[in-house]
Design a protein around this ligand. Structure first.
Ligand code: 3HC
Length: 293
């Protein structure tokens, strides 16, 4: 059975982006948040993105209205139960995710496929909160979701082969390149990206170069769209710290260990762009100013 209707649980940065691309790809999409304020906030973010696309002429006003028409916000979990696929994008905490999937498992028909957008938690551990581990996958998107062309489609040892292929095809329908990954902590991207980002912090700690020089080196020397310290501020230092702890716990390898400076910045609340300060100061968001350590 092909996927026709999509449910997204969580309408933060990732959930709203996921809901936007699903609706843009033609899927009627219901997105659920815990409060009307959060539904509204997520919806406003999507509206802003769609308006920008229409102003640039990437989509017509008519297409914009069609996408808006396919999106429905709700605070009730019941409203996503008739979706063929439910994508979870809530807080990165295993107990919260297990609780959600257990609740969904009870109200959804047995045919519904469940997917998690987790970046580093184990998919198998979420699937076992349900009675349908064979219909459970990882679907890991990248920030900003409407722009980044990749989605990692993650299978566990219990995922049904036909279900998996259906989700790979779904990823392609969203206009993404769907890569196949196993349920190994960090999947493919974070397994490679996280040690690189942590190494950039170690390079700064050891005085290999200034913040700007480290960033310019990778941006201009290797053609990356952002240098590693800018990317850390963009992803969030708290998020990266959290992922590194999960990866270190799994692999016990030094390359996944959080450098002391990262820990101290997170303790100080310097979480990057979203908190106004990370490796750069964002008092003027148009002109980030590199800090000195
Ligand atoms: N939402 C929607 N569209 C956005 C956007 C957003 N938040 N931010 C930028 N865009 C669009 C712009 O409208 C523009 O579209 P156009 O080409 O049609 O005009 C396009 O993206 C380029 O934007 P800008 O010209 O403003 O700026 P840049 O050229 O610097 O691009 C960027 C911004 C796309 C964020 C680019 O810097 C980039 O690719 N950075 C790297 C991002 C990255 O690595 N993401 C992955 C993070 S890891 C992750 O998410 C996994 C997790 O598990 C940690």
């Amino acid at each position: 059975m092909a996927i026709q209707k999509v449910g997204v649980v969580g309408c933060g940065l990732m959930g709203s982006g996921i809901a936007q691309v699903c609706a843009a790809a033609g899927f009627p999409t219901v997105v659920r948040e815990v409060s009307a304020e959060l539904v509204d906030k997520g919806r406003k973010g999507i509206e802003k993105n769609l308006n920008r696309l229409a102003e640039k002429g990437t989509i017509t006003e008519a297409v914009k209205e069609e996408i808006r028409g396919r999106l429905k916000g709700t605070t009730s979990l019941e409203d996503v139960r008739n979706s063929d696929l439910i994508i979870e994008a809530i807080i990165e905490q295993l107990p919260a995710k297990r609780e959600l999937f257990s609740a969904l498992d009870k109200i959804c028909p047995p045919s519904t496929i469940f997917a998690s957008n987790t970046s580093s938690l184990t998919i198998t551990e979420m699937a076992t909160a349900t009675k349908r581990p064979q219909r459970f996958v990882g679907l890991h998107f990248f920030n900003p979701v409407p722009v980044m062309k990749l989605v990692e489609v993650v299978r566990t040892i219990a995922t049904d082969e036909a279900v998996y292929e259906e989700i790979v095809a779904f990823g392609a329908k969203l206009g993404k390149t769907a890569v196949r990954a196993k349920d190994s902590t960090g999947f493919i991207v974070n397994r490679l990206l996280v040690p690189y980002l942590l190494d950039a912090i170690r390079a700064l700690e050891e005085g290999a170069g200034s913040i700007e020089d480290i960033d310019n080196s990778m941006r201009l020397g290797c053609g990356h769209p952002m240098g590693p310290l800018t990317l850390l501020d963009f992803v969030g230092l708290d998020t990266t710290y959290y992922i590194s702890q999960i990866m270190f716990d799994e692999f016990k390898e030094k390359r996944f260990a959080a450098p002391p400076l990262l820990k101290r910045m997170v303790l100080a609340g310097w979480n990057g762009r979203k908190s106004g300060r990370g490796f750069y100061d964002y008092a003027d968001p148009q002109k980030p100013r590199a800090l000195k350590f």
